[in-house]
Write a new protein. Structure first.
Length: 393
């Protein structure tokens, strides 16, 4: 489960936009990828279908990728758990219905760690942004990026992630269950952890030239040590979270072996083809992790400006259960939907959210139209979390 809090109060009311901020005297900040200012004006909602073909890039340079992280991100925030993996065992169940609605292309926005790869595989956006209040989540995504790029196949990936020697006999065609069964007898290796951490940091700092601080590098080692300690049985409750829930949390292995309601597994470790797809996207720098509060003043609005400048449309916005927390934090929910209103979207654009207890289940994923939610908030038909859930399917 995930939470966001506002980093600074804005005092603005719903859908009443402020005038442009005066640019500081040192000059306008210009990105190669088209970020020209940090205004707070709303984006225009494109017609269906878009009148202009999008100009989203097919790849970003390393400098563009890192600059985007630095400029779009907000200061590090706080949440009570490290959230190294999802605890949403039903995250794939919404995919078949939404695939009937969502066309490939556009922009994906999500939150949290590895579950985003599942939705990226399913909905095939051209570029993706993962926005999380914790800098630790951004660093975890950089670890994933490095491991995808360093690995020859899925078995290499598991070896890097959990610091366990690769069992003999595994190939790129090995079934996912067989692969994880083989790793059950592969013990954690402290020397392999050190070697892997060094290789990952070398790849990020020297190969990509990402400006990671000493503290960032220590946090990367901390993340990898947690994965090494628990192995593929890593779960949300392993992390010592104060949230324990009523049922056991899924393990990493279980999440990777899950499937949608039609029996198809969309995880990136399900087969070699899906692994290669995410690997290719990572190598083109098109999964961009940002530090940002959903109710904050910068991250989501910067993504919205980027989309507008590239004539792009939102395809899917995965919020997990962040909206629930925002409704518990004063006017944060209002600020969030104001931010969403700056994203170019159309009638197909969809939210995916976690809804505990829906349909008689302990955990469930649901979806709703972005336009319907924004219109309902604007007209004051929705002013609490239950109202958002009533709009969900």
């Amino acid at each position: 489960m995930l939470a966001h809090r506002t980093l600074s109060g804005s005092g603005h009311t719903m859908f009443q936009w402020r005038e442009r901020w005066a640019l500081v005297s040192v000059g306008a900040l210009i990105l190669v990828i088209g970020v020209v200012s940090l205004t707070r004006q709303p984006a225009l909602v494109p017609i269906d279908p878009p009148a202009v073909r999008d100009t989203l890039p097919s790849l970003l340079s390393d400098a563009e990728f890192w600059r985007t992280i630095e400029v779009f991100s907000e200061p590090n925030g706080f949440f009570r758990s490290d959230n190294f993996l999802s605890n949403e065992s039903a995250l794939q169940e919404v995919i078949p219905k939404l695939k009937e609605r969502i066309r490939p292309g556009g922009v994906y926005i999500g939150v949290g760690p590895e579950q985003n790869f599942t939705y990226i595989l399913a909905f095939q956006p051209k570029i993706s942004f993962v926005v999380d209040i914790r800098r630790l989540n951004m660093l975890e995504h950089l670890i994933y990026k490095a491991i995808f790029e360093l690995s020859g196949d899925r078995s290499d990936f598991v070896s890097y992630l959990f610091s366990r020697p690769r069992p003999k006999g595994l190939t790129e065609n090995t079934d996912i269950e067989e692969m994880f069964n083989a790793y059950e007898s592969s013990p954690a290796d402290p020397s392999l952890l050190e070697n892997n951490a060094n290789a990952i940091l070398l790849h990020l700092v020297e190969t990509h030239q990402f400006g990671l601080s000493e503290d960032d590098q220590l946090q990367i080692r901390y993340i990898l040590s947690n994965f090494q300690q628990a192995g593929p049985d890593l779960s949300y409750t392993f992390l010592g979270s104060s949230y324990q829930g009523t049922l056991g949390m899924p393990t990493y292995r279980e999440l990777m072996q899950d499937s949608d309601e039609e029996g198809f597994n969309w995880s990136f470790l399900a087969n070699k083809e899906q692994f290669r797809r995410i690997q290719d996207i990572q190598r083109r720098n098109l999964i961009i992790p940002l530090v940002g509060d959903f109710a904050g003043p910068r991250a989501l609005r910067a993504v919205g400006r980027f989309m507008t400048q590239h004539h792009a449309v939102l395809s899917v916005f995965y919020t997990s259960n962040v909206e629930m927390y925002l409704f518990q934090q004063g006017d944060d929910w209002k600020h969030f939907y104001e931010n969403v209103a700056t994203l170019p979207f159309n009638s197909a654009s969809a939210f995916i959210r976690f809804a505990a207890g829906r349909g008689g289940r302990a955990r469930s994923q649901v979806w709703s139209s972005v336009r319907e939610v924004v219109d309902s908030v604007r007209s004051r038909r929705v002013d609490d979390h239950s109202g958002v859930l009533r709009l969900s399917r």
